[in-house]
Design a binder for this molecule. Structure first.
Ligand SMILES: Nc1ncnc2c1ncn2[C@@H]1O[C@H](COP(=O)(O)OP(=O)(O)OP(=O)(O)O)[C@@H](O)[C@H]1O
Length: 294
C-alpha cells in the first residue's frame, strides 16, 4: 500500500541529512515497529509519510487511497475545549455521521479511557491524559494507515495496555500502522516487523519472528560473584559465554548442556540471584544492535 524509494530529507542548515537513501514497503494489515535512538530520523520519516514535509529526494508511492491517521508527539487538540467538544469537533472534521460516528466515538473513548474526562477542559488535563486524548483523536479518523509517534509517552501502565489493544485491533481489521516508541516492550507486542533507523539510514529491516525467533539464551547472575569452577565447566561443555559483572550470558544451549549446568548450580552453597532461560527480549537485542544507544 505504501512504498518509499530512495527517500532523502535534510533540514535547512543541518550538518547531515535527517534521512538518506531510504527504501521501505508497507502492506495493509502490517504493523511496522520503527526503532532508533534520539535524532535517528523517526519523526522526520513519519512527517514525510503524513505529507507534512516534502521529500527532497526519492518518492513516496501509494497504491489505493492515501488516508492517514497521525498520532503525533505534540498535543494536537484545542486546549480551550473540553474532551467531549474536541472529539465532536474532530468527528465533524473527519465527516463522521450517524451510527458509524457514534460507534467510532464510543470505541475511542473506551480505548483511551476518556469516559470520565469528557467534561474536563483539555488544556487542564495531566500529561498522560492529554496523550490519551491525542490518541483518541488519531484513532477517530477512518484511515488505511496510522502513524504513532511515541504516542504512549507518559501514559500509565493500565491505559497503555488498552491503547496497545486498540493498535492491534486496527491492524487485525486490515489497517497498516507504523509505531515508534522508546518502550521496546510495546513495539515487541504490536509490531510484526521491526525497522531500525540509525542516522537517517535503515540499519535493519526484519520480520519480528526472524529477529527474535529461535534464539535462546541463559542468563545467570549471583549476588556477588559467580561460583568458582563455572568457567571450567563451560569449557568442558564447549559452551561460548559472555561474562557479565556478576554472571554470564550463554547462547544456544542444548538440553544436555542445560541439565549439566543446572546440576552444577544446584550443588553450590549460594544459589544464583537470577537464572533465566528463554529468548532475548527486543530490548536486549536492540541494545546489542545499537551499541547501547537507546
Ligand atoms: N525542525 C528541525 N529543524 C532542524 N533539524 C531538525 C528538526 N527536526 C529534527 N531535526 C534533526 O533531524 C534529525 C532527525 O530528527 P528526528 O526528530 O526525525 O529524530 P527522531 O528519531 O524522531 O528522534 P526522537 O527519538 O528524539 O524523537 C536530528 O538530527 C534532529 O536534530
Amino acid at each position: 500500500m505504501l512504498e518509499l524509494r530512495d527517500l532523502g530529507f535534510s533540514y535547512p542548515g543541518a550538518a547531515r541529512p535527517a534521512l538518506q537513501h531510504l527504501d521501505l514497503r508497507l502492506q495493509a494489515g502490517q504493523c511496522l515497529g520503527l526503532l532508533g535512538s534520539n535524532g535517528a530520523g523517526k519523526t522526520t520519516l513519519l512527517s514525510l509519510i503524513a505529507g507534512l514535509r516534502q521529500p527532497q529526494q526519492g518518492e513516496i508511492r501509494w497504491s489505493g487511497a492515501r488516508c492517514i491517521g497521525l498520532i503525533p508527539q505534540q498535543a494536537a487538540f484545542y486546549d480551550g475545549l473540553s474532551v467531549a467538544e474536541n472529539l465532536a469537533l474532530f468527528a465533524d472534521l473527519y465527516r463522521l455521521r450517524g451510527s458509524p460516528r457514534r460507534q467510532r466515538l464510543e470505541r475511542c473513548i473506551e480505548a483511551c479511557r476518556l469516559g470520565e474526562l469528557q467534561p474536563r477542559r483539555a488544556g487542564l488535563l495531566s500529561g498522560g491524559q492529554q496523550r490519551r486524548l491525542n490518541f483518541a483523536i488519531g484513532l477517530l479518523q477512518p484511515a488505511s494507515l496510522y502513524l504513532f509517534d511515541e504516542a504512549t509517552a507518559g501514559v500509565d501502565a493500565q491505559s497503555r495496555r488498552l491503547l496497545l489493544d486498540a493498535v492491534q485491533q486496527l491492524t487485525a481489521e486490515g489497517c497498516a500502522a507504523i509505531y515508534t516508541s522508546h518502550h521496546l516492550d510495546e513495539v515487541e507486542r504490536v509490531a510484526q516487523r521491526i525497522v531500525l533507523l540509525d542516522e537517517g539510514h535503515i540499519r535493519l529491516d526484519l520480520d519480528k519472528r526472524e529477529l527474535l525467533g529461535d534464539q535462546h539464551e541463559l542468563l545467570l547472575e549471583w549476588p556477588e560473584a559467580p561460583p568458582p569452577g563455572l568457567e571450567q565447566l563451560f569449557g568442558e561443555l564447549d559452551l561460548a559465554f559472555n561474562a557479565l559483572p556478576a554472571g554470564y550470558r550463554l547462547a544456544q544451549l542444548d538440553a544436555a548442556q542445560l541439565a549439566r549446568l543446572c546440576q552444577f548450580i544446584a550443588a553450590q552453597p549460594q544459589p544464583p540471584s537470577l537464572l533465566r532461560f528463554g529468548r532475548p527480549s527486543l530490548e536486549q537485542l536492540y541494545l546489542h544492535l545499537s551499541g547501547g544507544r537507546l
